[in-house]
Design a protein around this ligand. Structure first.
Ligand SMILES: NC(=O)c1ccc[n+]([C@@H]2O[C@H](COP(=O)([O-])OP(=O)(O)OC[C@H]3O[C@@H](n4cnc5c(N)ncnc54)[C@H](OP(=O)(O)O)[C@@H]3O)[C@@H](O)[C@H]2O)c1
Length: 298
């Protein structure tokens, strides 16, 4: 196991035998508009990735479906050969269609191909963490994930994958997955305003499993809330910084993978995640989207 210290906010977390900074980076939006095709500013995208590592980030989240292929190719171009401390977490289970949709691709052959493509495009012999992405673009869908996960367990036994996670899943699917194989992380949509997974976050914290919220800043619809703006103004900070700091405060097993195409935003996010929030700040932020306050369908 690699051990190292970090000055990044929140310190580190251990995914299986891999230590990562709790402040990571989500590379999805480095591809072109709609996560299709190349970025308008290729050099800018490479600069963001290099700056993430320069700042001390050791967790980069990606998928072959981003672009498709584009984001992984950018990561390889910017960062290969990878520093030993850097861990690229990828996901399989969806592909892209010509209209930019995200159809599921979860047959045995699809999953094997996706692992091979990730290895090839990232320039790796083994993938550190592979998330099995279930559900669809509207969110998690009920049903068993056993067949799909067992395929990934097979690939893990073949030495192609170090650790497994699940993504876009229900609480029941997380329980099913944990009964099949050790799961090091769960990646679902969660942020200040979307808190359907509150109980799951706590359950995973008790089990020592990371919870990695996607769309931590709201994704394609950036977070907006009067309470959030008020706290940011009181602290002389920004809404995005407060949203990230709140996630780090929310639970020790939460890892951040905010996305940005901007070096300035990246720096702001890394620094902002370390904002100290008072009990009064936390109480007012807590009211924005707590599941028991805002009940509703996902
Ligand atoms: N498992 C899944 O199904 C799934 C689904 C979606 C995403 N993901 C993962 O989650 C990661 C994060 O998602 P995301 O990037 O879509 O959403 P996000 O992190 O919630 O938000 C990214 C958006 O916020 C903006 N932003 C970032 N920092 C900012 C700042 N300091 N000030 C103002 N605006 C800022 C970005 O614009 P700028 O570029 O202008 O900064 C971008 O539009 C992705 O990279 C991906 O790895 C996983």
């Amino acid at each position: 196991m690699t051990t190292f210290s970090t000055t990044l906010p929140g310190g580190t977390w251990t995914l299986g035998d891999l230590t990562v900074t709790r402040v990571g980076y989500g590379a999805m939006q480095l591809a072109g508009p709609g996560v299709m095709g190349p970025p308008a500013d290729r050099d800018g995208a490479l600069a963001v990735l290099r700056e993430a590592v320069e700042l001390g980030i050791t967790h980069v989240d990606t998928a072959e479906a981003y672009g498709p292929h584009v984001t992984n190719q950018l990561i390889r171009e910017a960062l290969h050969p990878y520093p030993s401390s850097l861990h690229v977490v990828t996901k399989v289970g969806a592909t892209r269609d010509a209209a930019g949709g995200w159809p599921p691709a979860r047959s045995r052959d699809d999953l094997r191909r996706a692992v091979d493509e990730n290895l090839d495009s990232l320039g790796l012999d083994v993938l550190d963490v592979v998330n099995l992405r279930m559900g669809d673009a509207t969110g998690p869908q009920p049903g068993s994930l056993a067949t799909e996960l067992e395929t990934l367990v097979d690939l893990q036994r073949q030495g192609l994958v170090r650790h497994l996670g699940v993504s876009n899943v229900t609480r029941e699917q997380v329980a099913e997955a944990r009964a099949i194989a050790p799961i090091v992380c769960v990646q679902n949509m969660y942020n200040l305003a979307v808190r359907h997974d509150d109980e799951l976050v706590d359950e995973l914290a008790a089990a020592g499993i990371a919870y990695v919220p996607f769309f931590p800043l709201g994704g394609f619809s950036p977070l907006q809330s009067a309470a959030l703006t008020a706290v940011a103004e009181r602290l002389g900070s920004t809404a995005m910084s407060v949203a990230l700091a709140w996630l780090l405060h929310r639970s020790p097993n939460i890892l951040l993978i905010p996305g940005t195409r901007s070096v300035a935003h990246l720096r702001e996010n890394v620094a902002g995640a370390g904002l100290a929030l008072s009990d009064a700040d936390l109480a007012s932020l807590d009211g924005i989207g707590r599941a028991d306050v805002l009940a509703g369908p996902r």
